[in-house]
Write a protein that binds this ligand. Structure first.
Ligand SMILES: Nc1ncnc2c1ncn2[C@@H]1O[C@H](COP(=O)(O)OP(=O)(O)OP(=O)(O)O)[C@@H](O)[C@H]1O
Length: 371
């Protein structure tokens, strides 16, 4: 479908984000592009639809080299949709107008046709009730779902996602990922630049690991995440590893967890103070409360650190009685909840793949001035 040969990009300031990219994208591929910050992932995506003009090399789409002068880029872009980190919705237009307008101007659809398509897509992303709202009246997660609907309205052959969840609060990432997962099941061709490794692993059939302007290693999710062959891929994957704990008794060894968490923090350069906050929250929510209400507690705790956004987060999934985080009695914990760098969200889970009923996500940012 798309063949990229010897693609290179040099910026005027001598940055060379892409050195020599060679890859073929097949129809129906779901490709996640992963790798450390600044290794050219977004630049590659932007070159593919010529939002950024490559310095040399070729991008052949259905037999035509789109980097050649004289190529009708508007025509090419009709077949490629792009979803941006920052949604890029028009703030002065309502949701429905945002989705209808490009269909009318670029695809010459009638207003009725554009409206019907927009309504159908809004229903499929679960936002039919927001038709006449303006973007700034919606949450980040909702705005991104609208942006995805707008892209889909153009019936693209391939959709390019440039870090679609990086600008979102941790509690909203799931809703956007669910919409993308649904799309992945419809056989569309997609390329996704992402820092969400679990997501990349579940959704893709191919992973491209980019390093220093090249596709350093490529493979199936299993090959890249479980058995990377090359050194830098291995290092990257190891560094990302999250910590997971299952709490199934009130006798849970919190001291052992404390030690493991601190060595995890040392490896990733997370400050001890922030880890202590996380541990305080974990102990208060899981051990002092949820676990204490049952003889057979069933709690899963996953701790992750995103180097890119510098957010330490903890996802607690559990079964049994619903527990309200606001009802915790510990004074220290209450103070922690009030800190502007702490955020949390509680949700009920419907189709959790592990069968959990409730979820609490807490995240801890670092306070800049205390650095
Ligand atoms: N318009 C530009 N002019 C100059 N340099 C740029 C421009 N756009 C990107 N760069 C530089 O190119 C390099 C690669 O950027 P790119 O955004 O493609 O990386 P990335 O792998 O997507 O990173 P991240 O994961 O942090 O988003 C970076 O050093 C960036 O600063």
């Amino acid at each position: 479908m798309i063949e990229i040969k010897h693609l290179r990009k040099e910026f005027d300031d001598d940055t060379i984000p892409l050195k020599d990219i060679n890859v073929t994208i097949n129809k129906g591929d779901i490709i996640s592009i992963i790798g450390p910050s600044g290794t050219g992932k977004s630049t590659l995506l932007r070159c593919i639809n010529m939002l950024t003009e490559p310095t040399s090399g070729s991008i052949i789409v259905d037999g035509q080299d789109i980097t050649e002068r004289g190529c009708n880029l508007n025509e090419v872009r009709k077949h490629m949709g792009m979803v941006f980190q920052s949604f890029n919705l028009f703030g002065h237009l309502t949701v429905i107008e945002n989705i209808m307008n490009p269909q009318i101007t670029l695809l010459k659809r009638s207003r009725q046709e554009a409206y019907d398509k927009a309504m159908y897509l809004l229903q499929s992303v679960g936002l039919a009730s927001k038709v006449f709202n303006y973007p700034d009246e919606l949450s980040g997660g909702q705005q991104q779902r609208i942006a995805i609907a707008r892209t889909l309205a153009m019936d693209p052959d391939i959709i390019l996602f440039d870090e679609p969840t990086s600008a979102l609060d941790p509690s909203m990432i799931g809703e956007v990922q669910s919409v993308i997962k649904l799309l992945a099941n419809t056989g569309r061709t997609m390329m996704i630049v992402t820092h969400e490794m679990d997501f990349a692993r579940k959704i893709s059939n191919r992973i491209l690991f980019m390093y220093d302007g090249e596709i350093y290693e490529e493979g199936t999710p299993k090959e890249i995440f479980e058995n990377p062959k090359k050194e830098m891929t291995r290092k990257f994957i190891q560094r990302l590893s999250s910590l997971t704990y299952r709490i199934d008794s009130t006798e849970f060894d919190i001291e052992a967890m404390n030690e493991e968490l601190h060595s995890y923090g040392e490896k990733l350069l997370i400050e001890a103070e922030r880890l202590s906050k996380l541990l305080l929250a974990l102990e208060e929510i899981c051990i002092n409360n949820i676990a204490s209400y049952s003889d057979t507690p069933d709690i899963l705790v996953k701790i992750e650190y995103s180097e890119k956004s510098d957010i330490l987060s903890m996802t607690i999934k559990y079964n049994g009685e619903y527990f309200d985080v606001n009802s915790c009695e510990s004074k220290l914990f209450k103070l922690l909840l009030q800190e502007p760098t702490t955020s949390f969200a509680q949700t009920e889970l419907k189709d959790d793949e592990l069968g959990y009923q409730h979820q609490i996500i807490m995240s801890f940012k670092w306070q800049e001035e205390s650095k």
